[in-house]
Design a protein around this ligand. Structure first.
Ligand code: BGC
Length: 346
């Protein structure tokens, strides 16, 4: 096991961005960046032992700074959307940034994911990133202090451990927005990757991608991944939910009890033989199939990131939870500590 720190690049304003490489005893490694506490690379073998990076993303800081994909970034304070950029907490209405078409708040208004995080090596296989979000940042209440620890084990698990505190009651929803492409450097779409979701239901959305409040069984729909199927098999179905999002961009409700670590998803590329498992204690997972990638951003290896060149499994509270009293609550009370873990196992 080893962790190596190096200077990655310098921001336009002169601040330095560092890269941490954690390698386990099987030669599998991850790269992490202080900018956005980003998971930059996850390199593991295919069925013939050939190493390849299973994350679609960027080779340069310029690529990371220019992208609107959130590739590999840690998202806060509220991942996914808040309807009309509003919520009520403790009888008070809060208005947060409406950074998506001036209508919705998407991914908390880009504060956490574009910040330079402090980082320390906490073990020979672990790096901890820290960020302080001041009271009122993007409209969210509370001084929030968050740490995100990445730990790579010899069982080939990348654990992402979130820990946060606040001095005022607030809402939290943190995720990692990695795009997986199990083929190796993303040079094709992921439609033939076989995905299995441990989810009996999902939360349909309106045209703004805001949950309607319904929790719909996946049974008999294109959203039924319970037995495992290629991502692309039903993606073109004549289904209003798929049409309005140009593919999958939906929160699935993970079976089992939230708060307990359980399997959310499994994926396998038949071509490369690479596999991925996702475990989490959170209630939901957003399956986003890179529907808005259009080849205009140049990814790793100089390859344009085309439609469906990666899939995201963003573990999370359901989108727009504060405006849906029936969804599992995402409130963090003053003085309490939020803890959550998500594992990507290859
Ligand atoms: C959202 C998509 C959005 C994407 C941004 C996902 O989490 O659900 O709607 O386009 O992030 O890259």
């Amino acid at each position: 096991m080893s962790v190596i720190k190096s200077l990655y690049d310098t921001m336009p304003d002169g601040r330095e961005v560092y890269l941490f490489k954690i390698e386990n005893n099987n030669g599998i490694y991850v790269e992490l960046l202080t900018r956005g506490a980003t998971l930059n690379a996850f390199v593991c073998p295919d069925r013939d032992g050939k190493m390849g990076d299973i994350l679609a993303g960027f080779d340069t800081l310029a690529g990371h700074l220019a992208t609107t994909t959130y590739a590999g970034e840690i998202i806060g304070q509220y991942a996914n959307r808040l309807c009309d950029g509003k919520f009520t907490l403790g009888g008070r209405e809060y208005n947060v940034t409406k950074n998506e078409n001036g209508v919705t708040c998407l991914h908390g208004g880009d504060e956490y994911n574009s910040a330079l995080w402090k980082a320390i090596i906490t073990d020979d296989n672990a790096v901890e990133f820290a960020y302080h979000s001041p009271d009122g940042e993007q409209g969210f209440p509370g001084n929030v202090d968050i740490t995100v620890q990445y730990v790579l084990t010899d069982r080939n698990e990348l654990e992402i451990r979130y820990c946060a505190t606040t001095d005022k009651d607030t809402i939290v929803n943190f995720t990692n927005h990695a795009y997986f492409n199990l083929g190796g450097t993303a040079n094709g779409d992921v439609l033939d990757t076989v995905l299995q979701l441990n989810c009996d239901s999902f939360t349909p959305t309106d045209a703004r991608s805001i949950p309607t409040g319904e929790i719909r069984p996946v049974e008999g729909t294109a959203f039924d991944f319970r037995e495992g199927k290629p991502i692309g098999r039903d993606i073109g179905d004549d289904d209003e939910q798929l049409r309005q999002c140009r593919g999958y961009d939906h929160n699935f409700c993970i079976n089992g009890e939230a708060g307990k670590l359980r399997l959310a998803a499994k994926a396998k590329s038949e071509k490369s033989g690479r596999k991925l498992e996702v475990w989490t204690d959170l209630p939901g997972v957003q399956l986003y199939t890179g529907n808005f990638l259009d080849g205009s951003e140049i990814g790793k290896g100089g390859i344009p990131l085309g439609k469906h060149y990666g899939f995201c499994l963003e573990t999370q509270y359901y989108p727009d939870t504060p405006n849906h009293p029936d969804f599992p609550p995402c409130t963090l009370k003053a003085g309490e500590t939020f803890k959550s873990v998500t594992i990507f196992k290859v």
